[in-house]
Ligand binder design. Structure first.
Ligand code: FCB
Length: 451
């Protein structure tokens, strides 16, 4: 694939970098911040690699000015970050917010604007107040009211300066990894419950969109889905069915209701067949699907890799979650590098779903490259990953895709959830002992690219 050129992108295209609160802030119990489900998860033995936790992370809470200066030096134009819910409402149940928490995000936003960087806020990037988990978290329909209350506080406070809002980051990860298989906080293991959680996540998104619009003049609002384009490993009918079901499980279960199509009926049948959706009908109350399909301004997508699906039965598409990869390049996370799937995904969202505006809110790769003796971090694979994926975006745009922005994940090496600090996605290398930061070669390439 060719090297991208900035002239392939329309004027006004958004270029940025992304992070999230728990992954970089540290200062977990500072200034009254409450406990989040990720603090609890990290403190539970065996959940996070090497017993890693978020207590210091990149110490961004104390170093945000330095980090903003770094972004400025890299020519970053937009910055996507998330708000730590327990800094604003320590238990999630308070009526009045914590001033210290709001003041931190005020300072962050003001410093960004002073540096000429456009803020993009994500309201929920996984650090749920533990107290809300104690009342069921995303399994309790009350979370919708809790979330809109939290949303209203932030929209009122930051809405004069922040115009770009993302309600929820990656419902599939929140629900499947958090409630379905227990790899993420809160660590529950029930597919049935994960589907209930998904309904409440989508509802919370839908209910919060009008709240943001009410308080933020000229708001641009969307949700971010992590999507995984998939294809069958062969043209056998079993692989084709398995692939359709995988797509339903990963992508359509979220896309369809958001785009007003309701939950996909083939998946309702499949989950019922598996006994995972016995009482589906009771969860969906009148009006819910309208709430979920509220009109937004853009669809955020996080793209990392594709899946190739093989059924492990010959007579029935049973094991549709199983993925096999071809012999292509992999990142340190063992994720296949496959830029053409991003192009295909953008075209599908444009043409099949009619997405009027799409923003890639995360795209990036984990490689362990460390500084050489001259302090240079020559992360050539990451640079190649960006070149290929940005080229795929250019090619999709040329074919009519409604893509309007691209955020690289991530500004800094950071706390990579269950993987702890082992997987490094940063454009900037971080020494977690000294908090030294060194822009990697890929960051310098991006700086020169977006000029
Ligand atoms: C996404 C998450 C982000 C980061 C990347 C690698 O699923 O949104 O926080 O962990 O993966």
């Amino acid at each position: 694939m060719s090297i991208p050129n900035i002239s392939q992108f329309p004027a006004g295209f958004t270029w940025g970098v992304a992070t999230s609160s728990f992954q970089i802030e540290g200062a977990t119990f500072v200034d009254g911040r409450g406990e989040s489900i990720w603090d609890r998860f990290c403190a539970t033995e065996g959940k996070v690699k090497n017993g890693d936790h978020g207590e210091i992370a990149c110490d961004h809470y104390n170093r945000f000015e330095e980090d903003i200066a770094l972004m400025k030096s890299l020519g970053v134009q937009s910055y996507r970050f998330s708000i730590a819910w327990p800094r604003i409402l320590p238990t999630g149940t308070e009526q009045e917010p914590l001033e210290a928490g709001l003041a931190f995000y005020d300072r962050l936003v003001d410093a960004l604007l002073a540096a000429g960087i456009e803020p993009w806020v994500t309201l929920y990037h996984w650090d749920l107040p533990q107290t809300l988990q104690d009342e069921g978290g995303w399994l309790n329909r009350r979370i919708v009211e809790r979330f809109t209350h939290y949303t209203e506080i932030l929209a009122k406070r930051l809405g004069d300066r922040v115009k770009n809002w993302i309600t929820i980051n990656e419902p599939w990860v929140v629900c499947h990894l958090g409630y379905g298989v227990g790899e993420h906080a809160p660590g529950l293991k029930s597919i049935q419950q994960s589907l209930l959680a998904a309904h409440h996540v989508l509802l919370a998104h839908g209910a919060s969109v009008p709240v943001i619009r009410k308080h933020v003049k000229d708001a641009k609002v969307g949700i971010t889905l992590n999507l995984c384009p998939s294809e069958p490993a062969s043209q056998s009918p079993w692989d084709i069915t398995a692939n359709r079901l995988f797509d339903g499980f990963f992508n359509r279960w979220y896309l369809d209701p958001i785009f007003g199509r309701g939950y996909p009926t083939d998946m309702i049948e499949e989950y019922q067949r598996r006994g995972d959706l016995c009482d589906h009908i009771n969860w969906v109350e009148e009006g819910d699907l309208e709430t979920i399909s509220v009109e937004t301004d853009f669809l955020g997508i996080n793209y990392y890799s594709r899946a190739v699906i093989r059924s492990d039965k010959v007579s029935e598409a049973e094991n549709w979650e199983r993925t096999v990869f071809d012999d292509g390049a992999r990142t340190a996370f063992n994720w296949e590098v496959h830029a053409p799937s991003l192009e295909r995904l953008l075209l599908r969202l444009t043409h099949d779903y009619g997405a009027k505006e799409i923003v890639v809110t995360e795209n990036g790769a984990s490689y362990p490259t460390t500084p050489d003796e001259n302090g240079v971090v020559a992360d050539v694979e990451r640079q190649a990953y960006f070149e290929q994926h940005i080229s795929a975006c250019a090619s999709a745009i040329e074919q009519g895709a409604t893509l309007t922005g691209y955020f690289a994940w991530s500004l800094l090496d950071n706390f990579e959830w269950a993987e702890g600090y082992e997987q490094r996605f940063g454009l900037v290398w971080v020494d977690f002992e000294t908090q030294e930061r060194i822009p990697k070669q890929s960051a310098l390439w991006l700086r020169d690219f977006w000029g």
